[in-house]
Design a binder for this molecule. Sequence first.
Ligand SMILES: Cc1cc2nc3c(=O)[nH]c(=O)nc-3n(C[C@H](O)[C@H](O)[C@H](O)COP(=O)(O)OP(=O)(O)OC[C@H]3O[C@@H](n4cnc5c(N)ncnc54)[C@H](O)[C@@H]3O)c2cc1C
Length: 462
Amino acid sequence: MPRTTDVVICGAGIAGVAAAHALAVTHGVRNVVLVDERPPLTLTSDKSTEAYRNWWPGPDDAMVRFMNRSIDLLEQWADASDNRFLLNRRGYLYTTADPAKAAQMRLDAQRAELQGAGRVREYRSVADAATYRRSESVGYTDHPTGADLFLDADAIAEHFPFLSRDIVAVLHARRCGWMSGQQLGMYLLEESRAAGVTVLNGRVEAVDVQHGRVAGVTVAGADGTTTPLATPVFVNSAGPFARSVSALLNIDLPLFSEMHLKVAFEDTLGVVDRGTGLVILDDAQSLAWSDDERAEFAADDETRWLTEPLPAGIHLRPEGYGQSRTMLMLWDYHSAHRFDAPVLPLPDDPFYPEVVMRGMVRLAPGLAAYVDRLPPVYVDGGYYTKTAENRPLIGPLAVEGAYVNAAFSGYGLMAAPAAAELLAAQIVGSAVPDYAGAFALARYNDPRYRAMLADWGNTGQL
Ligand SMILES: Cc1cc2nc3c(=O)[nH]c(=O)nc-3n(C[C@H](O)[C@H](O)[C@H](O)COP(=O)(O)OP(=O)(O)OC[C@H]3O[C@@H](n4cnc5c(N)ncnc54)[C@H](O)[C@@H]3O)c2cc1C
């Protein structure tokens, strides 16, 4: 006889764990089963940079309001757990050396303010910037919200001395920071287990649909056993495999995946301020090579890309507190390669650490000291699984009782709390926030929305 359950969630990454928490802890749903073929939180959710932000582009205010709600929940849980997952409020610093981009940054900041991201304070001189409040290294309470926009090179040099002297604008978005994603996930999982959630190790291989609605799920164990689960509700939180899991319901989700890597190294020379927020260079750039190196790379089809312009968005942040010297660095120059079905293990990129270090020199020139003799590095990463406009898929599917909670791209840790809250409200039939429609699969049925996709603009991806 199949075991009877109330909800089966496929995937115990941060999205599935947060969904189980919202159902069991917030709504008291008793019999929730989280199914995963891996140990919880070990595929994508432990590869994240663990950062969060309420700083998102349009075209409407849905992402800002969604993320503000998620950050409200993170703060509530941090309050309730004595900040077990080390939530900080260091902010994100968007930088540019391009005056045209600086002007655009100012317009974007004004729009973000209107959308609810908070007030923007502008500094056009060293004297103006005297009122700027630096972030505390730890904690998340009593920090400024909104953003501080520096448009004066001397003020930038005074407050951010590790940055390149040609940076002409720095936008410090304040309701942003980072946390320990693993600790957040374990906190939610422990609370969920205490509220009756069970974790079943195995692979969801089939979803049984009877008379147009979900009736059960078949789980295959690594030992060859098969566990049938009877359930009226099935949630697809399968991360990079959300598309193939939905195919079990004969539903095609408009998803693709991009490989994203990150590199950690020890900044033993203390080049980057350890108290900084996450710093992003908003400018595309070409790497500096010697004439011989450039000629050699350009002559080979495999390496020519190293001599061509590489995209904007390279970013770094310090990792750890106290004596830690670890620095995390990311540069998304792989996203032109899209995967319909993600490949594991991840494809190798032996160039990544050196390319990222060279690119970072544009942002923080002191890092040039590491270029000729690269320090030991640790590289890992995963997939950003996403929709074309980089917004998530949360809500019901065409089969009754089936839901999706996926497509969290590069923001799944920060989005998981509000996504879980929205999904659980839909499952139990309570009131949903008014941004629900912005994340429902059904949005693609609207011809006006489809027309907007062609001209979406900035998707906010980092
Ligand atoms: C390099 C990098 C940096 C990032 N930085 C940030 C950041 O700073 N901030 C942020 O918020 N986000 C960041 N992200 C994104 C974030 O990590 C992801 O959005 C998030 O982890 C996705 O969580 P998930 O639960 O949807 O997927 P996953 O964590 O991948 O979990 C999906 C789970 O589903 C399971 N599964 C799949 N198919 C089946 C099946 N058939 N049966 C059973 N189990 C199945 C898998 O085993 C897996 O455990 C980053 C990601 C990367 C790669």
